[in-house]
Design a binder for this molecule. Structure first.
Ligand code: SF4
Length: 475
């Protein structure tokens, strides 16, 4: 995954660019980069790895070397960017957020199309995705035609920011709006971002959200639409249930509010179905499980409590370690129990989702070790059946990692995967067996999942406008 931020201003905008980009740090852990435009110096760029050191620490020296009136920045899990490209369209800086599934095809077609094209390679001959997108854009005579061409040939998702050599920014939302892109305005200029709270904190107010596939240009004079949005939208539902920042609002729906509503709907349905167990407290698996749990507690009438707290002053990023064993060790070190809220208590824990299940199993063990009487688990979204192929979403990148598929294969071999639709449904025999086997395997006293209808209801946007591929494989 990743996120980007851009700004055009009548004054020096470096500070806005620095903080605005930093506010996307929850979306990526690998590299951070900025490009800034100054009338005298032109385009300048700085990139750092941020795996072990946060963005702000790595970039604090930019104030000594840079100044400028417009800039773009990004944080991501993949290759370094922004890249500065010199081409037939002029010199420009480029950021791309998303994933390209037909990357090798596009590279081969481009290289064999004549004209002696080439790419600089990164590790083991791989091509930087951003450079590939630049190669697609440069095949046309204008940025708009180039972006439209790139969107047509790319299978996957690509939202784009281009900082031109005149200091204007071209912004393009991916063709089905899988990710949001919003524009804000202040007295001195405009900002564009994936996370709108990033510019709210810097004094900008929302002026628009780009539609799917929309392309526009930002200058100090305002936003000009260059290519109209498409009708078809498939915005990622997981933005709300897991990885979007709670303070953000996409398509008019705030993340924290959706999560509380989602928990409420789960508790409402459990009351109706008679599956609500006798519990002392409802708690959230921190951090994103917490608002789902607050909603659940409010609706069920059971007190919300935090049976353990994450020690965050020095363990800030749980997804940083590379191996599962390191991740588990870090997760354990961070969990500090509150004995009075655990010993002899029946606990209901709510998490945003269950992907591999490893950490939730360890959380249940940790609560039992601290003398919990019972640990009931609730997933704030339905069982995940398909790995995400639209975003470079680190949480669920491969089908074989998904605990649902591993359990199905265990139950009836690879053939079982042809019954995924039955396994998705909690009312079928297969659906019941899947849930019970997962519950036994992970060591919970009970396990239930939010339904897809419940999730869609809590977002409040028509299902046909949402991407729900993770759960039902619908393209
Ligand atoms: S597949 Fe899942 S994570 Fe990927 S875009 Fe769709 S809803 Fe989001």
């Amino acid at each position: 995954m990743g996120g980007f931020f851009g700004v055009v201003s009548k004054r020096d905008c470096l500070e806005d660019l620095y903080f605005g980009t930093d506010y996307h740090s929850h979306l990526g852990t690998n590299t951070g980069g900025i490009a800034i435009y100054d009338e005298e110096s032109g385009l300048q760029r700085e990139i750092h790895r941020i795996k072990k050191t946060p963005f702000r620490t790595k970039f604090e020296k930019i104030f000594e070397d840079f100044k400028g009136t417009s800039g773009i920045g990004c944080i991501n899990d993949s290759e370094p960017q922004p890249l500065i490209i010199r081409s037939n369209l002029g010199t420009y800086a480029l950021c791309v957020i998303g994933v390209i599934n037909n990357k090798e095809d596009l590279i081969n077609k481009y290289l064999s199309s004549g004209g002696g094209h080439h790419f600089a390679t990164i590790d083991r001959g791989a091509v930087n995705t951003t450079e590939l997108v630049a190669a697609m854009i440069n095949q046309k005579d204008s940025f708009v035609e180039g972006i439209l061409f790139a969107s047509e040939v790319i299978e996957g998702t690509a939202s784009i920011l281009i900082l031109k050599s005149d200091g204007h920014i071209i912004v393009a939302r991916d063709k089905v709006g899988r990710l949001p892109v919003l524009v804000g305005k202040c007295e001195d200029g405009y900002a564009v971002a994936l996370e709108s709270f990033s510019y709210h904190k810097l004094g900008y107010e929302d002026i628009k959200e780009l539609g799917p596939g929309e392309i526009g240009e930002l200058s100090v004079d305002g936003y000009v639409e260059l290519s109209a949005p498409h009708e078809k939208m498939r915005i990622c539902s997981f933005l709300w249930s897991y990885y979007g920042y709670p303070t953000s609002t996409y398509e008019g729906v705030n993340v924290e509010m959706m999560r509380c509503r989602n928990g409420q709907i789960m508790a409402r349905d459990e009351k109706l179905n008679g599956t609500l167990p006798k519990i002392d407290y409802v708690g959230g698996v921190p951090d994103s499980g917490t608002p789902h749990a607050i909603g659940y507690a409010n609706e069920s009438g059971v007190s919300f409590a935090r049976p353990y707290i994450k020690y965050s002053p020095t363990w800030q990023r749980s997804f940083m370690p590379n191996t599962q064993s390191d991740r588990s060790r870090v997760a354990k070190m961070k969990q500090i129990p509150i004995y009075d809220l655990i010993e002899g208590k029946s606990l209901m824990m709510v998490d945003d989702s269950i992907v591999r299940g490893t950490q939730l199993k360890e959380t249940a063990e940790f609560l039992y070790e601290n003398k919990a009487k019972a640990v009931h688990m609730r997933s704030a979204c339905p069982p995940i059946m398909y790995a995400c192929k639209y975003l470079n979403f680190s949480r669920n990148t491969s089908d074989v990692d998904l605990i649902t598929r591993r359990v199905i294969i265990e139950l009836e071999g690879e053939d079982g995967l042809q019954y995924i639709d039955e396994y998705r449904d909690s009312n079928t025999d297969r659906g019941k067996r899947l849930r019970q086997t997962m519950c036994d395997k992970l060591g919970f006293d009970s396990l239930e999942f939010q339904t897809l209808q419940g999730l869609v209801e809590s977002i409040g946007i028509e299902e046909c406008k949402l991407c729900t591929y993770c759960w039902n494989g619908r393209e």
